[in-house]
Ligand binder design. Structure first.
Ligand code: AQP
Length: 335
């Protein structure tokens, strides 16, 4: 059985890119771990109250998807092994490879030189490698944007094993062939992103039907009227991917049906596919969020089970690097 690990940052409300690219591929299974990676959310300036609220929201969303039944669902900051493992892994990571990460370059550029680039933004992929390697993960189901980070985790694991002895399993990314990179509705050359300041660039999983319809009808497209995927039609291509993701119908079948009917008819159909696709999840989410105490209990139990799995792997990595467990046990006995 493949061991699976994946995570989501509580950096705002989830959008349909997160849903189509990641969540809908996550399965309740005893070998699957799903994590609200809240420590990643402080790599850019954040509001503590919003972090707490968004962490509970993301956990609620994963509960609404049924992932707590069978899988281990937990918050990263509840399992301190992640941070310690990250520090051990910094010994095999180089500043050069971290600076080459596409997401670091994009976010650093957006912050600009004057604001200063938080050191955590550079270190983010090392923490992500720790998240993955701690659970002896085989597969990491992610959207296309996270592929490079999973490949780095694999490189660091390989380097660590070579330098200190066999310790980590080498993980690989699992990327869906459809809707792996949903684009912004207002600029279809960029990916849809939680942190985009323009609310019309993204459809949130909580958006009511009228808001979804308005956003899809306002989505940027070219001036033609024929519906087919093409690099010259990034807006239409994106809407085809979204509709295919929600209906399960291949893009070719959608093109056969909508090619000559004009953009208006096609957009109305896309909007209805999104509204109907999200309806059951929205109903379940409202029910789950009404009981925050239950979410807290699920996270506490998840953290306990995740720690049980993480500790032996962390202990092995520590020992391989020259930090013997026996000394730690003795220190624990000190007053
Ligand atoms: N546009 C996207 N299309 C497909 N998949 C996507 N994912 C993110 N955006 C898209 C996938 O969703 C999962 C959770 O993402 P994350 O919370 O780790 O953050 P991210 O990848 O940095 O995504 P965002 O939404 O753009 O967040 P911010 O704005 O905070 O950086 C991942 O599997 C991701 O690949």
């Amino acid at each position: 059985m493949a061991r699976v690990f994946s995570g989501v940052q509580p950096t705002g409300e989830a959008h349909i890119g997160n849903y189509l690219g990641a969540f809908r591929h996550w399965r309740p299974d005893p070998e699957h771990m799903y994590c609200i990676v809240d420590l990643h959310a402080i790599t850019v300036e954040h509001d503590p109250e919003a972090l707490e609220r968004d962490t509970r929201f993301m956990a609620g969303l994963l509960v609404a998807l049924g992932l707590h039944e069978g899988s281990i669902l937990f918050a990263q900051s509840d399992v301190p092994a992640h941070v310690e493992m990250m520090w051990l892994l910094t010994s095999v990571a180089t500043v050069g490879e971290l600076e080459r990460m596409t997401q670091f370059k994009a976010k650093a550029r957006a912050l600009g030189r004057r604001a200063g680039i938080p050191a955590g933004l550079l270190m983010y992929p090392v923490l992500m490698a720790a998240d993955i390697l701690l659970y002896r993960t085989d597969e990491v189901p992610v959207g296309e944007d996270q592929k490079q980070h999973v490949e780095l985790a694999r490189d660091l694991a390989e380097r660590f094993n070579r330098r200190y002895g066999e310790t980590f399993v080498l993980p690989k990314p699992a990327i869906s062939p459809v809707a792996a990179r949903i684009k912004s509705l207002s600029d279809p050359t960029r990916k849809m992103s939680k942190s985009d300041a323009d609310p019309d660039s993204k459809i949130l999983v909580t958006d009511p039907p009228d808001v979804i319809r308005r956003k899809v009808m306002a989505a940027v497209t070219d001036s033609g009227r024929e519906v087919y995927p093409s690099p010259e039609k990034p807006g239409i291509t994106n809407l085809l991917e979204i509709m295919s993701g929600f209906t399960g119908r291949p893009v070719e079948a959608l093109v056969a049906e909508y090619r000559d009917g004009g953009y208006g008819r096609f957009k109305r159909a896309v909007a209805e596919a999104v509204v109907e696709g999200l309806r059951p999840l929205q109903a379940e989410l409202a029910r789950v969020l009404a009981d925050p105490g239950a979410i807290e209990r699920i996270l506490a139990e998840g953290a306990r089970r995740a720690s049980e799995r993480a500790e032996p792997v962390l202990r092995l990595a520590r020992e391989r690097m020259g930090f013997p467990a026996v000394r730690r046990l003795a220190a624990g006995a000190l007053p």
